[in-house]
Design a protein around this ligand. Structure first.
Ligand code: RP5
Length: 183
């Protein structure tokens, strides 16, 4: 279990606001994209924890029942028969759960995607894309949920969107230069 260092910016006081959890440490390289987006782009500290519903279900229940009160959103990643986010959605009726499906190879992550997205009525999981885009988007989605009550995070979200716009403007500039060179 690990709490990310401060995070960056006014909103980050070291109290974890997001739980980033996963079924195995083999998911960690993918989930570091969520952790780094949370803390570096938005200054949101998070708790990072391994929770395996297939290998140690009792510990999962204990961890999830006893989260710090500061945690307001949960991001859960798993591959294969990905039951972790759905089980957490049942355990924590009070917190939004965002699922990130991981590609384990055999079925290219579609197995995890469908396991997460087909939750029965009453226990929703907000499912992101398979892989890297899903991990980053999970962090952005969590930041948006926190931003409802925290104007500082809203500002960071706007700055992030601005950076994406600038990227397109730069691409257009490069394109224009290339087209002029061909004349
Ligand atoms: C899932 O099984 C985990 O979330 C992971 O994506 C997958 C494989 O785990 P390891 O066998 O690599 O530990 O529960």
């Amino acid at each position: 279990m690990l709490v990310s260092p401060e995070g960056i910016g006014a909103g980050a006081k070291g109290e974890p606001k997001v739980l980033v959890t996963m079924g195995s440490d083999s998911d960690l390289p993918l989930m570091m994209k969520a952790v780094d987006t949370l803390r570096l782009e938005f200054g949101i500290p998070c708790l990072v924890q391994i929770n395996s519903v297939h290998r140690d279900l009792r510990t999962v229940v204990r961890h999830i029942d006893n989260l710090p009160a500061s945690v307001q959103v949960i991001i859960a990643c798993a591959g294969g028969a990905a039951h972790l986010p759905g089980n957490i959605a049942d355990l924590r009726a009070d917190l939004p759960v965002i699922g990130v499906p991981r590609d384990l190879g055999a079925l290219k992550g579609v197995d995890a995607l469908l396991s997460m997205v087909q939750m029965p009525e009453g226990a929703p999981v907000a499912v992101m894309a398979i892989g890297d885009a899903g991990a980053v988007n999970a962090a952005i989605h969590a930041a948006k949920e926190l931003a409802i009550a925290e104007p500082a995070i809203k500002e960071r979200l706007q700055a992030y969107a601005e950076k994406r716009k600038q990227r397109v403007a730069k691409q257009n500039q490069t394109l224009e230069n290339k087209l002029h060179m061909q004349q």
